[in-house]
Design a protein. Structure first.
Length: 385
C-alpha cells in the first residue's frame, strides 16, 4: 500500500525544470481602472497603470500541458524549445488574476456591491484590455487548476487565441450543457506542473486501455452527514445526522497499473528507477503503479481484457490499464460519438503527450509532510486528535 510520503518533484536531465514567466495581477487593483460603459463596466489598463496591478514582477510557472498547447498555437506544432531556460513567450498571452477579497465580501455594503459588479464584467465578452508592453490586447476569462480555485485565482488568455486553444484542450469535442465546476476542474488538469514525455509511442493500438472500477458494498456502516431543513429560505440551516447504512465503495479510485516493461521506457526518459507515476493526459489523471501485468495474467490463465467500450485486447499488447474513474472525459467522449480510437486520433492531431507530475522516491524518507486528507479519513475522536 502506498503512503503519502513516497512522491517527489521530478526534474529534467541536468536537474533543471522548464519554467515560464507569467504575471500575477490583483483584481482589486485592476478594478480601479474600470469605468461605466453602457450597461456594464469596461476595464482598460495601459503600461503605466499595469505597474500598480502587478502583485510582483512575475513568477516562474512550471511547464504544463496547457502552456505547451498555447505555444503550439503561437508557433506551430513543430516548434522546439531553445533550452530549459525561462520561457517568456507567454508573458503577454496569459496571466493570472487574483480575485481574493472581491466576491467573498458582503455585497450589502455599497462599495463591495460596486466592486463585484465591476468584477462580474470581466467575465463577459468585454473581458479586460491590457498592455503588457507589446501593445493593447483584450483578455478573456479562461481556465484554472484546483489550487487556483482554492486561492480565488483565474487565468485570462488573449482573446484572439481563446478558441484555438480551447479546441485543442477539448480534443475537438463540443461540450454544451454541463456542470461548469467539472468543466473547469477537468480542463484545469492541463495546468498541473509536470514533465512532458514524448517519443514513447503511447498511442500504439491496445497499449493503453480503460476498464471499469470494481465496486463493493460495506453493510451496517456508521455514517455521519448533514441534512438541510428542507425550507425554501435563501439561507438554509443544516444539522448533523448519524445513522447506520450500507455504503458503496469504489475500488482503485484514481489508480491504474503499468507494465514493468513500459515503466522502464518512461524511467529512461525521466532518469531514475521509479515504480509509481502521477500522470496527466487530456481528461485523464491519477496514479500508475508498476506491476508485472503480463506475468500476472499469464499465471492466471487470462489472455484477453475487455475495456469499458466492450473492445477485447490481447494482454500481450497492453502496457497501461486505466480505471474509468481516472478518465474524466468519458461522458463527453460518448456525447460526441467518439471512441477510444478517436481519442487517440485527436491526441495525435493536437500534439498532446504524457505528462508526469510526480514519481515514487528512490529511497524511503525519514520524515514527510502530512496531507490533510489522511487526517480527515482517520477514525479519531476529538480528544485523540
Amino acid at each position: 500500500m502506498l503512503h503519502f510520503g513516497m512522491f517527489c518533484d521530478i526534474l529534467l536531465a541536468g536537474g533543471e525544470t522548464m519554467k515560464y514567466r507569467i504575471y500575477d495581477l490583483s483584481v482589486r487593483a485592476m478594478l480601479n481602472y474600470s469605468k461605466p460603459d453602457g450597461l456594464f463596466y469596461k476595464t482598460v489598463i495601459d503600461k503605466n497603470a499595469l505597474r500598480s496591478c502587478l502583485k510582483h514582477s512575475a513568477h516562474e510557472q512550471d511547464d504544463n500541458a496547457l502552456f505547451y498547447q498555447i505555444m503550439c498555437v503561437l508557433h506551430g506544432d513543430d516548434f522546439k524549445y531553445d533550452s530549459a531556460e525561462l520561457v517568456t513567450d507567454l508573458s503577454d498571452v496569459i496571466f493570472y488574476a487574483d480575485f481574493s477579497r472581491v466576491f467573498d465580501r458582503d455585497a450589502s455594503h455599497p462599495y463591495y456591491a460596486q466592486l463585484q459588479e465591476k468584477a462580474a464584467a470581466l467575465f463577459t465578452n468585454r473581458g479586460v484590455e491590457i498592455d503588457f508592453g507589446n501593445g493593447m490586447h483584450k483578455y478573456v476569462a479562461f481556465e484554472r487548476s484546483a489550487s487556483m480555485s482554492r486561492n480565488a485565482v483565474l487565468s485570462f488568455i488573449r482573446e484572439d487565441i481563446f478558441w484555438k486553444v480551447t479546441e485543442r484542450i477539448r480534443l475537438g469535442m463540443e461540450i454544451t450543457k454541463c456542470q461548469l465546476s467539472k468543466l473547469y476542474a477537468y480542463n484545469g488538469l492541463m495546468l498541473s506542473g509536470g514533465i512532458r514525455v514524448d517519443g514513447i509511442n503511447l498511442d500504439k493500438p491496445h497499449r493503453v486501455i480503460v476498464v471499469e472500477n470494481q465496486k463493493h458494498t460495506v453493510h451496517d456502516t456508521d455514517v455521519i452527514t448533514v441534512e438541510d431543513d428542507r425550507s425554501d429560505a435563501p439561507v438554509r440551516k443544516y444539522h448533523r445526522v448519524e445513522r447506520r447504512e450500507s455504503v458503496d465503495i469504489l475500488g482503485y479510485d484514481g489508480e491504474g497499473v503499468i507494465s514493468k516493461e513500459f515503466a522502464k521506457v518512461i524511467n529512461k526518459k525521466l532518469g531514475g528507477e521509479h515504480t509509481s507515476f502521477q500522470i496527466r493526459l487530456p481528461y485523464i489523471k491519477g496514479m500508475l503503479h508498476q506491476i508485472d501485468i503480463h506475468d500476472f495474467f499469464k499465471s492466471a490463465g487470462v489472455a484477453t481484457l475487455t475495456d469499458i467500450w466492450g473492445v477485447v485486447h490481447k494482454v500481450s499488447d497492453v502496457d497501461i490499464i486505466l480505471t474509468k474513474s481516472m478518465f474524466k472525459g468519458y461522458g463527453w467522449l460518448c456525447e460526441n460519438n467518439m471512441s477510444w480510437d478517436d481519442y487517440w486520433s485527436a491526441f495525435r492531431k493536437y500534439n498532446h503527450a504524457l505528462y508526469i507530475s510526480g514519481v515514487s522516491k528512490d529511497s524511503p524518507q525519514k520524515f514527510t509532510e502530512l496531507n490533510y486528507q489522511f487526517l480527515d479519513t482517520l477514525s479519531m475522536t476529538a480528544d485523540e486528535f
